[in-house]
Design a protein around this ligand. Structure first.
Ligand SMILES: Nc1nc2c(ncn2[C@@H]2O[C@H](COP(=O)(O)OP(=O)(O)OP(=O)(O)O)[C@@H](O)[C@H]2O)c(=O)[nH]1
Ligand SMILES: [Mg+2]
Length: 580
């Protein structure tokens, strides 16, 4: 039995404050929605009305007929149903298995950090839904401001302000029910300063924003606004203010379908929640209360909420680690089957998914004219001209000027790329920014520490040539294609095959096979059989295969060595096999 205090913090977070001793045991039950809290039996429920609980929360609680208590100490008894303690059944069962405990006899003081945390679908959904959408829900009518840096280290050399603005408009239009009301490019000399723009420019901008009816938010097209700038702008413009990070995260949020994507979005949102929290607490401080300790817990509001976020982060990381290990297993299984892996990468919307669909005929793939349509790494089998099966990996698209935190949290999904045998870099050659996009993709790849062997063997594909009038190849070693129209795909397959053979060390061999043995079926299983030329009179065949050095070593051990079976095929030259 232990003492736990329940407390309302802010509008929609209920957290538990408990003695440090029990804390580590309870570390997985972090955020409590009001709804969860309300499900607790009344006798365990109380809250303190203080300046941290605003009027609307108070009304929200009152409408459930709860009493307003001053006291906040509740006795936690092990008879509280599990779901009311915030554990999912699976976690709880795991816990009991790990600690060899029987339910109801937990030793709360025991140091029992779980290394890995299994999180089921409903928990992920709850976590994902529960986390406040960073940019608010519903429609937005946006005013876009693009600060154009004329010189200095922040100047963009490969692009223009107009193109950057176009991309910002594209980002907004990707979101359903979001629209651009007005936009402006303003030059700035001091992008790093809080106000970004000079005094005069800022005043004109503020007047224009305030004078435009219907605006619900301003999108300042910079990588990341500091919390202080965001606050200043919101106060001046009296609407929400977003930067690239928040807009892109919102797109990710809207497109996240799978467990992993949802977890990664939730993780990427944490730095934003942190800075928002800092702003909120600064506001409270101004009203004289943010840094006061809560109910004798020894922690301030800021500390409690920071801790809650930190715990949430650990929980997500742990769950991602769990998925990563699972993927690692799948990857080693794939490797075991010896299928070469081709990662298809490129700037967002360049046509990666369309290309893989065209190469594999996989109807499940859904290309969309939308930025960040693909958020997960998915794998699709295709066949090369020699009948070799390859696995194409569809990946998340890149975007210029994205903060690293975001890429970091998605780099887990890009791990598959590091383990692939070849990278195909798809470029939208019809895009006015195609050169800048290429630079960006290569930079991100370098930062992701993709091995040199992969970077130096990239196959570059110029996609969407159907949109370019009389396309002329502008760069050597690039392959012109139209994934949508199916142009250039056979040529691409040949190039991919050559590159795969080179990068995997696979060889094309012609092997004589005794049909009465299991040689042929073994080869079908472990290698890629291209041609079988049967000699019925002799009960043998000549088989052309693509085979890895390791598989060939196994083959020789099993079927050739010591048998002298193939000596009669001396016509193939040096011994028993003839490299093609
Ligand atoms: N005209 C033309 N359109 C293409 C071609 N390839 C792709 N598209 C279109 O480009 C848009 C984006 O295609 P996707 O395959 O979803 O692009 P992606 O690179 O997977 O995009 P993300 O997953 O969002 O990064 C879709 O509307 C496609 O129909 C092409 O060769 N020609
Ligand atoms: Mg895609």
């Amino acid at each position: 039995m232990s003492t736990i205090k329940y407390c309302m913090l802010g509008n929609n977070i209920v957290t538990r404050l408990f003695p440090k001793r029990t804390y580590s045991w309870l570390k997985h039950q972090q955020l409590y929605s009001v709804e969860n809290w309300l499900k607790l039996p009344t006798r365990y429920k109380c809250y303190k009305r203080s300046h941290h609980v605003n009027q609307s929360s108070h009304q929200h609680i009152s409408q459930y007929g709860l009493q307003h208590h001053r006291a906040t100490t509740v006795t936690w008894q092990t008879s509280i149903p599990l779901q009311h303690r915030g554990f999912s059944l699976s976690t709880y069962k795991q816990k009991i298995r790990d600690d060899n405990h029987t339910p109801g006899q937990e030793s709360l003081g025991k140091e029992d950090e779980e290394e890995d945390y299994y999180i089921d679908d409903s928990e992920i959904d709850e976590l994902f839904q529960h986390q406040m959408p960073m940019v608010g829900e519903g429609d937005h009518r946006i005013f876009i401001v693009h600060p154009d840096v004329k010189w200095g280290s922040r100047k963009q050399y490969l692009t223009t302000a107009n193109l950057m603005m176009e991309e910002a408009v594209g980002l907004v239009n990707t979101l359903q029910n979001w629209s651009v009301i007005d936009k402006v490019i303003l030059s700035t000399k001091t992008p790093e300063k809080k106000m970004i723009f000079g005094k005069g420019n800022f005043q004109t901008l503020t007047e224009r924003i305030r004078g435009t009816p219907g605006i619900t938010a301003v999108f300042v097209n910079v990588e990341r606004l500091s919390p202080a700038s965001e606050k200043e702008f919101e106060e001046a413009w009296r609407v929400k203010v977003f930067d690239r990070y928040s807009v892109v995260l919102h797109i990710f949020r809207c497109n996240a379908r799978t467990k992993e994507a949802k977890l990664q979005v939730s993780l990427a949102e944490i730095p934003m929640l942190r800075s928002r929290l800092r702003n909120e607490v600064a506001n409270l401080d101004q009203q004289g209360g943010g840094s006061r300790c809560i109910m004798g817990s020894g922690e301030t509001l800021m500390e409690v909420q920071q801790r809650v976020l930190q715990e949430r982060k650990l929980k997500i990381c742990s769950a991602l680690e769990h998925l990563r290990r699972k993927r690692h297993l799948l990857r080693s299984q794939r490797k075991h089957r010896d299928f070469p892996i081709v990662s298809v990468m490129g700037y967002t919307n360049c046509g990666k998914t369309t290309l893989i669909k065209a190469l594999t005929g996989d109807a499940a793939l859904q290309p969309r004219d939308q930025l960040f349509a693909t958020l997960d790494v998915t794998v699709h089998a295709g066949t090369l001209p020699s009948h070799m099966t390859v696995l194409y990996v569809d990946t998340i698209g890149f975007l210029s000027q994205l903060p690293h935190q975001l890429i970091d949290s998605f780099s887990a999904t890009l791990e598959d790329v590091i383990h692939s045998d070849l990278i195909v870099h798809v470029r939208d050659i019809s895009h006015p920014e195609t050169v800048n996009q290429k630079e960006n993709v290569l930079n991100v790849l370098r930062n992701l520490q993709i091995p040199d062997r992969l970077l130096s063997s990239i196959v570059e594909v110029h996609n969407k040539i159907d949109l370019v009038d009389s396309y002329e190849p502008s760069e050597p070693n690039s392959l012109p294609i139209s994934a949508l129209r199916g142009q250039g795909l056979e040529e691409l397959k040949i190039v991919v095959e050559e590159a795969i053979v080179k990068s995997t060390g696979k060889q094309v061999l012609t092997l004589p096979v005794d049909l009465s043995s299991s040689q042929l079926s073994w080869l079908y299983k472990e290698a890629t059989v291209q041609e079988v030329d049967v000699n019925p009179d002799e009960g043998s065949a000549v088989v052309k295969v693509i085979i890895s050095a390791a598989a060939y070593g196994r083959y020789r051990k099993m079927f050739e060595l010591g048998k002298g079976l193939l000596r009669e095929y001396g016509a193939f030259g040096s011994g028993r096999v003839r490299p093609n």
